[in-house]
Design a protein around this ligand. Structure first.
Ligand code: ATP
Length: 257
């Protein structure tokens, strides 16, 4: 696996809680990486550290060969590192296509010059619309393009959230619990979308998810965190069968995975 993302000795404490404690792992290249572990293990904090919304107290993050741990969140997003969130964050009252368009427009982050050059503004809008339409096709919601995003079922809102992240055309997407709150049919649709985004569009993916059936369907590699520390990492089947991982996290879930 050629690593797109390298996390080296990354740490962050909140008061006395070591949310992430000297963790190293690699992700990207062929195959999806699952970042798993019990509640409070530090998975979301890890995503916050990688995407620059929380500052690391020690360690390095290397993305496509560049150190990024000191960059701002918008600068990291511009480098091609995208993210989806546990909760939906669509704009109700706007259409599905408008949600995608606004996400594309918002993330273009224009230079001061573009604000005084109407031609540049027009070009930016055209580009945002093209990116929105491309994302709409990727998430398979063409027939819902003019529907109110706030009226969509929860699972569809989460799929739209993935589309919004795709409008930045990321080379890597960090996905925080895409199946949380979804029923079995919606989870299947989300899994199929994640496979399309990875295998079809070539986007590297790191997946935080508690649904072990989904994790084992999608992930070729697993990284396990427990209490902020790395417990195990490697090929998915090897990590799943690791007795320490079974003891600390998987337990009975394993039988179903
Ligand atoms: P879950 O699976 O429940 O989402 P997680 O693995 O994502 O959990 P985190 O949300 O990263 O875990 O939390 C790791 C630890 O850090 C927890 O003990 C949490 O309470 C603590 N923590 C996270 N963010 C903060 C913060 N901003 N301030 C204080 N403590 C925090």
């Amino acid at each position: 696996m050629s690593a797109v993302l390298q996390v080296r000795n990354l740490s962050r404490a909140f008061g006395g809680i070591r949310a992430v404690d000297g963790v190293s792992f690699e992700a990207g290249g062929d195959g999806i990486t699952g970042l798993i572990g019990p509640n409070g293990a530090g998975k979301t904090t890890m995503f916050n550290l990688i995407t620059g919304t929380t500052r690391a107290s020690a360690g390095e993050v290397v993305f496509r060969g560049e150190r990024i741990e000191r960059l701002s969140a918008p600068a990291i997003a511009r480098q091609g590192l995208g993210r989806t969130f546990q909760m939906t964050h669509v704009f109700p009252g706007l259409s599905v296509l408008d949600n995608l368009y606004r996400a594309a427009l918002f993330r273009q982050l224009p230079s001061p010059w573009s604000l005084v050059r109407p031609a540049t503004v027009r070009q930016g809008r055209r580009q945002a619309l093209a990116q929105a339409e491309q994302a709409l096709a990727m998430i398979g919601m063409e027939s819902l393009a003019s529907d109110d995003a706030g009226a969509l079922a929860y699972g569809q809102q989460k799929i739209l959230g993935v589309g919004m992240a795709l409008t930045t055309q990321p080379s890597m997407l960090l996905m925080d619990e895409p199946a949380a709150g979804l029923n079995a049919v919606e989870t299947d649709a989300m899994s199929a979308l994640i496979e399309r985004v990875h295998h079809g569009a070539g986007v590297s993916i790191v997946l935080v998810e508690h649904d072990m059936n989904m994790v084992m369907r999608l992930c070729s590699h697993l990284v396990v965190l427990v209490n902020g520390r790395l417990l195990a990492s490697g090929p998915a089947a090897t990590v799943r069968d690791n007795p320490q991982v079974i003891d600390a996290y998987l337990g009975a879930d394993l039988e179903n995975a």
